[in-house]
Ligand binder design. Structure first.
Ligand code: NAD
Length: 491
């Protein structure tokens, strides 16, 4: 990382002697045991910056700081909270290019996508600054109207543990953090290992917007070490976005320690293409959905069921579209597809392609640069929908194409998975579209658009194993962070 970028973005206070620090109780602090790891640029394999790796005691100190700050924050005015959130949104807009560059350097996504994510984060904060006033209770008539008043009030939960993945390193934790803050909770934020700089930039924006010390704390380090130190009393709740195995271990810890637990997990998202679909639009949207962000989105299009009559047109169109996408470093404006996030992710994905070769016809596209953790774009065609490689979530730029006779078989195939995050139908028929909304098992349902689109005023989350029955974003995202009290007052 260049010295200028570091100084500009993080104003030096988040970095001491070239090491990115934790933020606990309003101070940027080293790990208490001075643990270190190296943040790597996945496009070049070169080191960016050293980052602290915290021991359990630092996680406990962060929870302590959040608990202390909560005594005041839970009683602060909703207007003051909303004003801080609005200011943080403004700072993110001002810093969008710098933060976007940082995100691209550490995560790999093309610069335009990274800047877009920062702007979308600012929009999310603005939505919540408006929704802050909604987190109120209701008046109800009681049995004795002149003598008794009954109402409900929503109390904050307390200290919220926010654990986030690397693929949307700003938007996803920001959605959780802002919903927690406007409802009067305080937060300990544990970001994913590959994206600590983006996390620090988010925390710095809240700090610069005037958030009081201790209300939002940042602890960097390994999830397996910090998880057990964070998911226990005195924290009140944990919200995780991540893989299903991680979800299971977080849920078990939460049950054991009587904590509220929200999980947003994996997906294996289907698209169904009917014979009357607009071919150009379908090919464009399937391409974006399958390989945008190098296929590293929970909502990426992974299984595509195509009506027999148009299968060859879709297969040919996708091959042409994939072949036209340039792989490269995300910082290069010509790049359409960046690297995989790290070496392990690239190797796991290549192992999945190896399995795919035994299950169907594999075609690969794009020229892999000499350095960096790149993988070619991959189409797996004429594959058995029950093959193991199709049934699980392969986190990378691969899409499976399968033939179906029409709508009924297509919906059945789409739903034959334990995931239920997002799904798309491509058809000119409004009647089919309305049936589709009803029939498909997905928390986010698209018609004639990619499986990956989502907006901050709308609920985000999945059915089945993709989530544990809650929704994030919009007003749906607020309720999870509160608990209702029933109030009876005698006159
Ligand atoms: P991951 O599960 O490896 O890690 C997620 C977070 O959990 C990280 O911060 C990690 O450090 C932490 N963690 C790991 N072990 C832990 C433990 N034992 N206790 C507590 N925390 C622990 O996931 P990832 O590789 O960062 O992200 C990719 C996965 O996330 C994919 O499966 C993807 O589908 C999913 N995802 C889901 C959504 C959604 O909204 N449904 C969005 C984005 C990504």
């Amino acid at each position: 990382m260049t010295a200028t970028l570091e100084a500009d973005l993080l104003s030096a206070r988040c970095v001491a002697d070239g090491v990115l620090l934790n933020h606990i109780g309003g101070e940027w602090r080293d790990a208490s045991d001075r643990g270190r790891s190296q943040n790597i640029n996945p496009a070049t394999e070169e080191p960016l910056l050293e980052v602290v790796v915290s021991p359990a005691e630092d996680a406990e100190a962060a929870v302590g700081a959040a608990l202390a700050a909560g005594q005041h924050w839970r009683h602060s005015s909703i207007f003051d909270r909303a004003e801080i959130v609005r200011k943080a949104a403004g700072l993110l807009r001002e810093r969008a290019e710098l933060i976007g560059r940082t995100m691209t350097l550490e995560e790999g996504k093309p610069l335009a996508e990274a800047i877009g994510e920062v702007v979308r984060t600012a929009e999310t904060l603005e939505v919540y600054a408006g929704l802050a006033y909604r987190a109120q209770g209701e008046m109800h008539s009681g049995h004795r109207p002149q003598e008794q008043w009954t109402w409900t009030t929503k109390a904050p939960l307390g200290v919220i543990i926010v654990i986030s993945p690397w693929n949307f390193p700003m938007l996803l934790p920001a959605g959780k953090i802002v919903a927690a803050l406007v409802t009067g909770n305080t937060v300990v934020f544990k970001p994913a290992d590959p994206t600590p700089l983006t996390a620090a930039a988010l925390v710095a924006a809240f700090e610069d917007a005037g958030l009081p010390p201790g209300v939002l704390n940042l602890v960097l380090g390994r999830g397996s070490r910090l998880g057990p130190a964070l998911i226990k009393a005195p924290a009140a709740a944990v919200t995780l976005t991540g893989g299903n195995d991680t979800g299971k271990s977080v849920a078990v810890a939460a049950v054991e320690h009587h904590m509220k637990c929200q999980l947003e997990l994996g997906g294996n998202n289907p698209a169904l293409v009917l014979a009357d679909a607009d071919m150009d639009l379908t090919i464009r949207e399937l391409t974006l959905g399958a390989v945008g962000s190098t296929g590293q989105k929970c909502t990426a299009t992974r299984r595509v069921f195509v009506a027999d009559a148009v299968y060859d047109a879709i297969a040919g169109g996708l091959a042409k579209a994939f072949g036209g996408l340039r792989l490269g470093a995300g910082i290069d404006p010509e790049t359409k597809i960046g690297p995989m996030v790290n070496e392990g992710a690239r190797d796991d994905f290549e192992a999945a392609v190896g399995q795919a070769e035994r299950a169907g016809t594999v075609s690969r596209f794009g020229t892999v640069p000499d350095r960096g953790f790149f993988s070619q774009l991959t189409i797996l065609s004429d594959v058995d929908p029950d093959a193991e490689v199709v049934r699980r979530e392969n986190f990378g730029p691969m899409v499976s194409l399968m033939r179906v006779s029409g709508y009924d078989e297509g919906v059945e195939r789409c739903n034959a998975t334990h995931y239920g995050l997002s799904a798309s139908l491509f058809s000119a028929s409004m009647k089919q579209a309305i049936r589709w909304v009803d029939d498909v098992d997905a928390g986010m349902v698209h018609v004639n658009s990619q499986t990956t689109g989502a907006e901050p005023q709308m609920p985000f989350g999945g059915m089945k194993a993709s989530s544990n029955f809650s929704r994030e974003f919009g007003h749906w995202g607020l309720d999870w962070y509160t608990q209702v009290k029933a109030v009876y007052v005698e006159g």
